[in-house]
Design a protein around this ligand. Structure first.
Ligand SMILES: NC(=O)C1=CN([C@@H]2O[C@H](COP(=O)(O)OP(=O)(O)OC[C@H]3O[C@@H](n4cnc5c(N)ncnc54)[C@H](O)[C@@H]3O)[C@@H](O)[C@H]2O)C=CC1
Ligand SMILES: O=C([O-])CC(=O)C(=O)O
Length: 329
C-alpha cells in the first residue's frame, strides 16, 4: 500500500540543529521506517542558500522515504498543509542583549509562525518548539493560533530527559534502557527540575537505589540543568546533534506512543496539574498513545521536589508576564 506522505516543516533549517535533524527525518526516524515524508524548510532570506545546499545533500542520499523538499522564507508557504512542525530557528542571545530583548526578538518570529500555522496547517498539526526560550516561544506561537487545539503546541525538554537518564545510568552503573519514569519538570532552563523520586532502575526506585541526597542536590540536578552551558564551553557551539536527536525522540514518542509502564517528559500546556498555573507551557511526565498525550496524574510530590518545581514554574510565569507586557500573547 502506498501511504500519503506526511508534510514536515522545519524552521531554521540551515542552522546546526537543522543539519543534524533533516537527514534523520528523511531516513524515517521521526515518524517510522514506513512513513514517507515531504520536507518544507523555512529560513530567513540570508539562510536560503545554505538551506539549498543541505537540500542538495538530502537529494544525494536518495532516501526512499523522502518525497520532496521545498525551501521558502515565507511562513504561509512553509506551514501550508503541515502535519508536523519543528520550530528550531530562533534568535540567539547576543552580547548586551537583555532577557526582555530576547523575548521580544523571538516574539517577532514565533507570533507570525503561530499565525501561519493557525491559518494554513493541516487539521492534525503537531508542533514542537526547540528554539529557545522554548517553553515561552511555544506559548507565543500557541497564543497566535486560537483555532488550533492548545495541546498541539509542545516545547522540547526531551534533551534534558535524555541527559538525566544518561547521568543516572553513569552514577548507578545501570543500562540506559533499564531506567524508566524519569521526569523533567518546569522550564527548559537552568531552573528545570530533573526528578528521580518516581524513576525506576531495573524495577527498583531510583532515589532509594541512589540513596544520596547530596549527590542529587549538588551534582545530578546542576549537571543536567547546566549541561547546555557545559557543551557550549567544551565544543565552542551549542548542542546540535543531541538536540536534533531529542527532537526526533520527542515527535517519535508523541506519534508512536510510550512503552507500557514508562513515560517521557514534554513541555505541554498546563491544565493546572501539580499546581502549575493553567496555560503555562511546562514540562511534565506524560504518556502518549495514538498520537495524543496525557499528563501522568497522582504522583506524590515531596518537599524537595515541590520547592524546585515551584521555582521553575515561577520563572515560566515571569516569562509569560514579560511577553504579555510586550503584547506578544
Ligand atoms: N530545547 C532544547 O533542548 C534546545 C534548544 N536549542 C535552541 O535551538 C535553537 C537553534 O539552535 P541552532 O540550530 O544551534 O542555531 P543556529 O543559529 O545554528 O541556527 C538557527 C537557524 O535559524 C534560522 N532562523 C532565524 N530566524 C528564523 C526565522 N524567523 N524563520 C526561519 N529560520 C530562522 C537562522 O537563519 C539559522 O539558520 C536555538 O534557539 C538554541 O538555543 C538548542 C539546543 C537544545
Ligand atoms: O543552552 C543552550 O543554548 C542550548 C540548549 O538549550 C541546551 O543545550 O540545552
Amino acid at each position: 500500500m502506498t501511504r500519503t506522505p506526511v508534510n514536515v516543516t522545519v524552521t531554521g533549517a540551515a542552522g546546526q540543529i537543522g543539519y543534524a535533524l533533516l537527514f534523520r527525518i528523511a531516513s524515517g526516524h521521526l515518524l517510522g521506517s514506513d512513513v514517507p515524508v515531504k520536507l518544507r524548510l523555512l529560513e530567513i532570506p540570508q539562510g536560503l542558500k545554505a538551506a539549498e545546499g543541505t537540500a542538495m545533500e538530502l537529494d544525494d542520499c536518495a532516501f526512499p522515504l523522502l518525497r520532496g523538499i521545498e525551501i521558502t522564507d515565507d511562513p504561509d508557504v512553509a506551514f501550508d498543509g503541515a502535519n508536523v512542525a519543528l520550530l528550531v530557528g530562533a534568535r540567539p542571545r547576543t552580547k548586551g542583549m537583555e532577557r526582555g530583548d530576547l523575548l521580544a526578538a523571538n516574539g517577532g518570529i514565533f507570533k507570525p509562525q503561530g499565525k501561519a500555522i493557525n491559518d494554513h496547517a493541516a487539521d492534525d498539526i503537531k508542533v514542537l518548539v526547540v528554539g529557545n526560550p522554548a517553553n515561552t516561544n511555544a506559548l507565543i506561537a500557541r497564543s497566535a493560533a486560537p483555532d488550533v487545539p492548545a495541546e498541539r503546541f509542545t516545547a522540547m525538554t526531551r534533551l534534558d530527559h535524555n541527559r538525566a537518564i544518561s547521568q543516572l545510568a553513569a552514577k548507578t552503573g545501570a543500562a540506559v534502557s533499564d531506567i524508566k519514569r524519569l521526569t523533567i519538570w518546569g522550564n527548559h532552563s537552568a531552573t528545570q527540575y530533573p526528578d528521580i523520586f518516581h524513576a525506576e532502575i531495573a524495577g527498583k526506585n531510583a532515589a532509594e537505589t541512589v540513596n544520596d541526597e547530596t549527590w542529587l542536590a549538588d551534582t545530578f540536578i546542576p549537571t543536567v540543568a547546566k549541561r547546555g552551558a557545559a557543551i557550549i564551553e567544551a565544543r565552542g557551539a551549542s548542542s546540535a546533534a543531541s538536540a536534533a536527536n531529542a527532537a526526533i525522540d520527542h515527535v517519535y514518542t508523541w506519534v508512536n506512543g510510550t512503552a507500557e509502564g514508562d513515560w517521557t517528559s514534554m513541555g505541554v500546556v498546563s491544565d493546572g496539574s501539580y499546581g502549575v498555573a493553567e496555560g503555562l507551557i511546562s514540562s511534565f511526565p506524560v504518556t502518549t498513545k495514538g498520537g495524543a498525550y496525557e499528563i501522568v496524574q497522582g504522583l506524590e510530590i515531596n518537599d524537595f521536589s515541590r520547592t524546585r518545581i515551584d521555582a521553575s514554574v515561577k520563572e515560566l510565569a515571569d516569562e509569560r508576564d514579560a511577553v504579555r507586557e510586550l503584547g506578544l500573547i
